[in-house]
Structures are given as C-alpha cells and as structure tokens.
Design a protein. Structure first.
Lengths: 495, 500
C-alpha cells in the first residue's frame, strides 16, 4: 500500500455516513479524486442519531452549510444537552449540557467550593446552558467568547438527502444499485463492487458506509468485532415518532431510565422522536414496545420499528484500501448522541491523511486505527459511567450495571475522582472534564477529599462568589427568549 | 471567578507620587518598570542609602527575567555586557538523592505529558536504563556544555547568571533616564497617616519625602512593611531550615563556562556555583541548627575552584513572607516582603511577580479598589506557598540519612498542599498543578525523575500504545536530540559571539 494514490474513491452506502463522507471528500479534495456513492434505495437508511453532539456545527461550517438552510431542510431544532431522568433513582433528574462549571483547578475550583460551603442546591445552577435548558430558553448571543456549545436535533434521513444534493453539486457521482459481489485484489484489498444489473464499480479506495451490514469491512474482509456488550448490554431499540403537541420545544434531548433500558425523546419542528433502547437479556421485546408506546406525548406517526445491534467496533477501521465509517465500523448506544460525531471523526481523520500532500504510507492506517479505537474506548467509558453510578436496584439491568467490573481505564479515572477529587482526562476523549463533572454531580457521586488549596479561600468569600455567579446566570437566562421563539426567528429570517 | 471583586467596599485614592524605598535590584527593577509603564502618570522617586549597601540577591535567575528585560526594551547583548552575564539552561543538582548521584532541572520539555502518549510513562514502561534527561533538549545541552538560542524546533526557556549589583546599577541609569528621581539619604523615621498608611519618610539630613504610594524595597530590614507597619511574618523554616549563607566569589579558571547553576548537597545545607564572565560565584546555604558557621565556612572554602576574590561574607535570613504584601498604601517587593532560599533562583522572579501585580493594579484604568489588595495579597501568598512546596520537594525525596539535616527533611510532616500532590504522583502518576504555580508539570517531573521517585501504579491508558511503537518513538527522539546538540557550539563560544 505504501505510496499508493487514491484517484477513484467509492463510497458504499448512502445514509448519513455515506453522504457526509461524500460531501467532505468532494469539498476537501477539490477534484483531486473522483467520488462515487453507490446506494441501494431498496435497502433504506437507518436514521441514526437524530440528536447530535456540538461538533456537527464544525462539520457544517467546514463544508459550508448555512445554519438556517440546514435547520429548514432537516426540521432541526437546537439542543443544549441531555436531561437524564430516573438514572440515579426514580424521581431524580439532572442535565448534561455543553457548558462549563467555572474553574476546575486550583483554589478557585468551583465544584469543590460548592461542596466545601455546604450548598444544597444542584451544581447545575452554576452552569449557564443547564439553567437555560431548565427554563426552555435558547439564545445565540454569547457575547465575546463562546460560553457554551450547542448541537441540534434533526431528521437524519433529510440530512442525508440535503447532503446528497450538495455532494452532487460538488461533483460526487451517485450510482444506484444493489451490490451483489465484492471483488478482491491480490493484496487482500477490494478491487470493485459488482451491482445486480451487471455494472462493476472499480475504485482505488473504498469507504464502507453500508451500516450494520458492514458489507466490505465485516462481510468481505471479515474483520473481527470488539464487543462492548458486557458493559453496555442494550442491544435493541424500538423507535416511533409522534405528532408534535403544543408550541414549546425543549432545547434538550430527554433520556429516561426504564426497567430494561432507557427511552429517548427528541423534539423536532414537525414531530417528536421517541424510542426505547433496551437489553433483550433483561426485558422482552413486547414489554419494551409497550413501555415505549405509553410514553408517547402525541399521536404516533408510524408503526414502531425495531432495530437490533451489538455495541462495539471492528478491531481495525482501515484495512488495505477499505475504510469503515459509521455503523459498518462500530456502534455505541445513542445515550450521548455520539453516532454522527463518530462518523465525523472518521471523516476528518481520513481527510487529513488524503490531504497530507504526500503519498500514503503504512503508518497512516495504523495511526488511524489506533486513534479510532481509543476514541471508541473513551466514549464507551463515559457511557458506562451513566449506568454504573446508579442507585437503582429495582431490575436485573440496574443490578447488573451497578455490580459489573469496569474497564480499567474507567476504574482508574473514577478512583482518582473518588479519592482525590481529580477529573483525570485522557487523550482522544470527546467529553472534557466538565462533562464528566456533570455526570458525577448528577449522579450525586462526590469525592472523599479535594485539593487542599481550596482551603486558601475564606469560606464566606467562596459562598458569596457562588451566590453571585448563580444569580448572574439566573438573571441572564430570565432575559432570554424561549427556544421555539428563537428557532422561529431563525427559520423565518429572509436574506 | 469565585473571587470577583466586592464593589461595595470603598475605593482607594489615586497614586500620583510613588516613593520606592531602597535601591537594590528590587528597588531599581520596580522603578524601571513604573517609569516605563506609567509613562508620566505618576512621579517615581527612589530613596537609597548608599552606606547600607545592597544584598546581591540571586545571581542566578529564572527564565521570566527575559520577559522583564523585553518589556523594558533592554537589548540582551547590552544587558550581558553590563552585568558580566552568561546563559543558564537550568540547574545541576549534585548529591541530593545520594552522594555521587546527580540530575538536571532545565527549562525544557519531556515530550507529551498527557494520556496514552505520556513520554515519561512510556519510558518507564519500556524499562529504559537510560536517564529520562536524554529526552529533554536543554538537559542534553547542559550535560555537553553547549548553548544556542532556542529556535522554533527546539523550544526551551533559558535564563541568565549575572551580577545583581551591576544589574541594579544598569537599571538605575535606565530608570533615571526615563524620569525616575534618585534621592540619596538614610531614612530615620517613617511618618504615618491617620488611616495607618505611610505619609512620608524622614531622611537624616532633615528632608522629608512625601508620597501617595510607598514601595518597600528595603531588603531584609523591611523598613515599612515590617518595622513601621508591623506586618506579621509567615515562617517556613520548619520545612526549609536553612537560615544562613556564606558567599564568596573566586577567579574564573579556564575558558569553559557551564551553562547551568550547580547546587551540591552538603552535610548541613548546599553549595552553589554560578559562572559569570569574569568570576565564579560560590556560596554555601546552611541551617545553623544543624551545622555551625565555621564549619560551614570551611566547607565552602575547600570547594572554590579559583583564587577567592574577597573575604567570604555571611548572610542571615528567615524563610517565609509577610502575611500581607500590600497594606494600606505600602507594597513590599523583594526581601522586605519575603524570602525563599535561592535553590531554584526565584528571588528576582518573585520581585518581578510583585512588580507585575502592582503594575496591573496601577494601570487598570480606574481608581483602585480596596478588594483588589486582598487579591494581590492572596495571589502573592499562594505563589510563595507553591514555590515553598517545590523547594521542599528537592529535600524531602532524599535518600541521604548521613546528617541531621537530611534526617530531618526526610521525615518531617509536609504541607498538605504538597502532600496531596505527592500522593497523586505516587499513587496515580499524575503531575497535579495548582493555581499560582511558578514551576510547571515538566519541572516537577524533572525533580521526581532526578530523585528516582516514580509512581507505584501505571495508568492503564499507557498500555494502549504498542510496546514496539513506544520504543521506536523514544529511541527516535533521543537520537534526534543527541544529533542536534552535537552540532551546537560550546556555551563560552556562543556567549563570546553575542558579546561581540
């Protein structure tokens, strides 16, 4: 493979992963390679991830998508974070937004002063977007610096269609047809894919965006799967959109812990997405379906659809001339809305190799694989954290996750938090220290001690500082418009 | 910030006339910074008593001195010529771990300090017998006596060795040229204001120097902050028991100049060696509880590597600082405010830190608020505490038990801030940083590594890197550093070239 050039890139699959990849390639390579997307309309798209991670905004900016066009095309809404209900115990809830909690280090460490001065109100009141979410507010005006990040809720199928148009405008070829055979080259890579109508699509590089089927990486190349399901036992999901009811739109995803999994609620402009992710070991499909249907807050718009999956990833993501992006490469339950983020991460790393301005060498795929494996492990640990800290013991699922042995990396980080109050960070972790703090705080999991430098500040002073900050945030949020009003204005804005 | 200002507290008056009491390096650094930064918005007068003389603190410095010089627009070559200066890459510590063992603390990097790629951890994991210092550019330079100015590839910081008395003279000329007034005379009385501040200082010839703000740079005497205002002293000497120093410069011998300070651990303290262009500074910092003066003097004299140029001089001090650094209209900068033994050459750095805080308050573009004083005082106290911890680290990790001093420092109870950091390192391999640190994680690592103090546990994240790849990266980096240092000139040649 050393020194190989990729003049013809074939993207296999036309869901969000396929069209995000094609758009980025057509935009970033500027004609230096041909980009062809092979899509089988009759197979259809799994609409993964209607809720996203803030990085989606970077992606849209990078490929030059206007926010208003995007929101219009995808029935999108703003997302400040997620609200977790009943995870600690039934009746308890907390938010994980993409904001900060003041200082995280040294004598001014906000959470430690909050603990030290015996504050009884939730730490979330010290986080601007959390308070915004609690009051259903949204505001694009952030003053000089970015005080918080936000993401979107949107229709992933419509997003794929939107990107298809864009990618084709930029020169991507769209080929429809069902792949019936994968033709290999002598070195073990892929030479071409054969369609059912007899056409043969040849390429130098194949990006496998074929979803759970993993046509190239899994089926053809037989790359083994690294299974996370011991730690993350959910393996099914019922999904069912319902009618939007009322004017208000919560600017957050809602995730409610249930007997054998958890239910999502994702508000779009035109409908509300609902789903129930569950572990088939712990609850049967029918019961899971019922639990979903009773939760709908509007008329169902379709029959509920069942998805099956295994949590984990292929050992390698890039082998020879095959790169897996999206579900073909790996899957983590949508608890932190990371599916589209992981697609994006794969695309950016692929792009940086392809645009390095030098021939590819052996180390490129090796590094690509190493980093993506690490990225998956970090997200895995962060999701496990949500489960493991539960106090629920009311069903098998919760007893299992509370008692299971943890991955070493997670156990190490948790021990450092518990014993020293340190938010230990790792490379390739998409979730920074404030995100970890949000979960620890929400799950009422506090350290035995904290940095003694916190004692260098007089307690009254710390107390006063906390009160000022909280009041300042409350006053600002009070002046902000409701989320649906902001969204309306953005959508109507004619330029 | 949790410590936002409390605007309900009263505002302080404006400072049109600033009087600097004392003309050592603290006094003239302060005056030079004030006249440059305030640009005539206040008068600056330095009251200096020639007969009291200057304690030439800190002939070895910290890299921040370069920022100070740059801020004032001082040319490096001119500065080096005026002060007989030389370049300093860091410090070599001899005999601190055990007699016969040494290590360097330079101002360079040890590669990645974060996550799976953490260099020191991969180095440990590959069970490398070689010293970690080989992964640090300026450490290898120091070992080989080389020096070049850092470029974009070899990013490291450096400092100087210089003659602090000549530096004070250089800055006096600089400051008076820019409008500072220089008044000579001995202060016989401090005239107070009703609110507790200082109204004026009375000189022995009858002159009275009035001012709105007094900067106390009077050295250990602490004329205003200590004597007049009676601000209590926070004593660190339990942890840092050295309280005396013999100092004696000797002739420079030979052409070569080590581009580092040398600090050698002795029975009751440690000895410094600081190479200047024209002489080599020597001294012995010791704890009078553990060794007597005469013995300490002898131990110094046998170490001189050239003819002594004067009789050795004895200094006495207490390690610690005033509780507050800024009280009413009096600001202490330099020894009047606090002192830490020169083990990490922080004296001039702490002067500079005081000046920076003062300048920030004076140039805020609005009347000064009383609450800001509290912030200045908290920040300064915290900075002292952090350096204190870092210096204690050098002592408490020793394996020496051959004298009372070393037995004391090896077993004493540590400040809780340091104990916390040490526990995090030992148990988790984390280089934890607090606020107001002067020494970053790399510096802490240099001491831990030099003192063979390694964590008990290995972060599981390190295993994510394949061993062959880790070995390859370490080997590649070490070889590249060695090759680049090989091409560098000797320190004395480089210095010669700069001086012209």
């Amino acid at each position: 493979m050393s020194g190989q050039k990729f003049d013809r890139i074939v993207v296999v699959g036309g869901g969000a992963a396929g069209w995000m990849t094609a758009t980025a390639l057509a935009t970033g390579l500027q004609g230096r390679a041909s980009v062809e997307v092979v899509e089988s309309e009759d197979i259809g798209i799994i609409g993964v991830g209607e809720a996203t991670f803030p990085s989606i905004r970077d992606f849209n900016r990078l490929v030059g998508i206007d926010e208003r066009d995007f929101l219009r095309a995808t029935n999108g809404a703003y997302k400040l974070g997620a609200r977790f209900r009943d995870w600690l115990e039934p009746g308890k809830d907390y938010f994980h937004t993409f904001g900060e909690f003041g200082n995280l280090n040294g004598s001014q460490t906000l959470w430690a002063q909050h603990r030290r001065t015996g504050q009884t109100e939730p730490l979330g009141l010290q986080c601007l977007p959390t308070v915004m979410a609690m009051h259903g507010r949204f505001d694009l005006q952030q003053g000089g610096r970015e005080e918080f990040k936000f993401a979107y809720h949107f229709d992933a199928v419509q997003y794929a269609a939107f990107l298809r148009k864009l990618a084709m405008q930029r020169g991507a070829r769209h080929t429809q047809g069902r792949i019936v055979e994968v033709l290999r080259c002598a070195d073990g890579g892929v030479a071409a894919v054969q369609l059912d109508d007899g056409r043969r699509i040849e390429g130098d590089l194949f990006v496998d965006c074929s979803g759970f089927r993993s046509l190239l990486l899994g089926d053809a190349l037989g790359e083994p799967f690294v299974d996370f399901s011991h730690w993350l036992p959910v393996d099914r999901a019922w999904a069912c959109p319902c009618e939007r009811v009322g004017e208000e739109l919560t600017p957050y995803t809602q995730s409610t812990a249930l007997e054998g999994g958890w239910a999502w609620r994702i508000p779009l402009q035109n409908r509300t997405g609902h789903g129930h992710v569950f572990a088939s070991r712990f609850i049967d499909e029918d019961r899971a379906r019922e639990q979903l249907m009773t939760r709908l807050d509007g008329k169902p718009l379709a029959e509920p659809r069942l998805l099956s999956f295994t949590t984990g990833h292929r050992e390698r993501f890039w082998i020879r001339n095959v790169v897996g992006i999206g579900l073909s490469a790996g899957f983590l339950e949508p608890l932190e809305s990371t599916s589209i983020y992981l697609i994006q991460d794969g695309i950016l790393r692929l792009m940086s190799v392809l645009t390095a301005g030098r021939p590819l060498n052996e180390a490129d795929p090796a590094l690509f694989n190493e980093l993506l494996v690490r990225r998956f492990a970090r997200v895995r640990d962060f999701i496990i954290l949500h489960y493991h800290l539960t106090r629920r013991r009311d069903s098998e699922l919760w007893r299992h996750v509370a008692a299971m042995e943890l991955p070493e990396t997670l156990a190490f980080r948790m021990e450092m938090w518990r014993r020293f109050g340190l938010l230990h960070e790792y490379d390739e972790d998409p979730f920074y220290a404030p995100s970890w703090l949000a979960i620890y705080a929400g799950m009422d999991y506090w350290p035995e001690r904290y940095d003694p430098v916190c004692g260098e500040i007089p307690a009254e002073r710390a107390q006063q500082g906390l009160q000022w900050r909280r009041d300042g945030i409350a006053a600002r949020v009070e002046r902000m418009p409701q989320h649906h009003q902001v969204l309306q204005k953005v959508l109507e804005n004619k330029t | 910030m949790l410590t936002d200002l409390d605007w309900s507290l009263p505002m302080l008056q404006k400072f049109d006339r600033i009087v600097v009491v004392g003309g050592g390096s603290a006094g003239w650094m302060t005056a030079a910074a004030l006249v440059s930064g305030l640009k005539g918005r206040a008068t600056v007068e330095v009251v200096e008593s020639e007969e009291i003389g200057i304690i030439g603190v800190g002939e070895a410095t910290f890299p921040s001195i370069r920022e100070f010089n740059q801020l004032l627009g001082i040319d490096e070559a001119e500065f080096l010529r005026a002060t007989h200066g030389s370049y300093k890459l860091g410090i070599r510590f001899n005999d601190w771990l055990e007699v016969g063992q040494d290590y360097f603390h330079t101002f360079g990097h040890f590669g990645n300090l974060f996550g799976s790629q953490t260099l020191w951890a991969q180095h440990r994991r590959m069970a490398q017998a070689r010293p970690l210092g080989e992964q640090c550019v300026p450490t290898v330079m120091a070992m080989k006596g080389r020096f070049v100015l850092p470029d974009e590839q070899s990013q490291f910081k450096y400092a100087y060795h210089f003659d602090a008395v000549q530096y004070a003279a250089f800055l006096r000329a600089f400051a008076t040229r820019r409008g500072a007034r220089h008044t000579q005379g001995r202060i016989v009385e401090v005239v107070r204001r009703a609110d507790g501040g200082v109204a004026a200082v009375q000189l022995d010839d009858g002159r009275r120097i009035e001012g709105d703000l007094f900067v106390d740079c009077s050295g250990f005497r602490s004329l205003l902050l200590g004597d007049a205002l009676g601000e209590p002293f926070v004593d660190f000497s339990h942890w840092l028991p050295v309280d005396s120093a013999w100092a004696c410069p000797c002739e420079r011998v030979g052409e070569e100049l080590t581009p580092y300070t040398q600090s050698t651990a002795l029975e009751g303290g440690w000895a410094w060696r600081i190479p200047l262009q024209n002489r080599t500074g020597h001294g012995h910092v010791f704890a009078s509880r553990f060794i007597d003066e005469d013995r300490a003097r002898e131990q110094l004299m046998v170490r001189l590597d050239g003819e002594p140029l004067v009789e050795p001089r004895l200094l006495r001090f207490t390690t610690g600082h005033r509780e507050r650094f800024w009280v009413s209209n009096v600001v202490g900068i330099g020894l009047s405010a606090g002192f830490l033994e020169p083990l990490e050459s922080t004296s001039i750095y702490l002067i500079q830190d005081g000046i920076t805080r003062l300048m920030a308050a004076l140039t805020a573009g609005r009347p000064l608020h009383e609450d800001e004083l509290a912030l200045v005082n908290d920040g300064s106290a915290r900075r002292f505490a952090r350096i204190r911890d870092f210096i204690i680290l050098h002592y408490c990790l020793t394996r020496r038990r051959d004298s009372e001093l070393w037995r004391h420092v090896a077993t004493m109870e540590l400040p809780d801030t340091l104990a916390y950091k040490l526990a995090l390192w030992r148990e988790f391999g984390v280089l934890h940083m607090q606020d107001e640190e002067s020494f970053d994680a790399t510096s802490w690592l240099a001491i831990h590594a030099g003192m063979a103090h390694w964590p008990e546990r290995r972060d599981p994240v390190f295993a994510e890197v394949a061993p062959e790849r880790a070995a390859q990266v370490l080997q590649g980096r070490r070889a590249a550093i060695a090759a680049s240092v090989e091409r560098m000139p000797q320190h004395h040649r480089m210095l010669q070239k700069v001086l012209g």
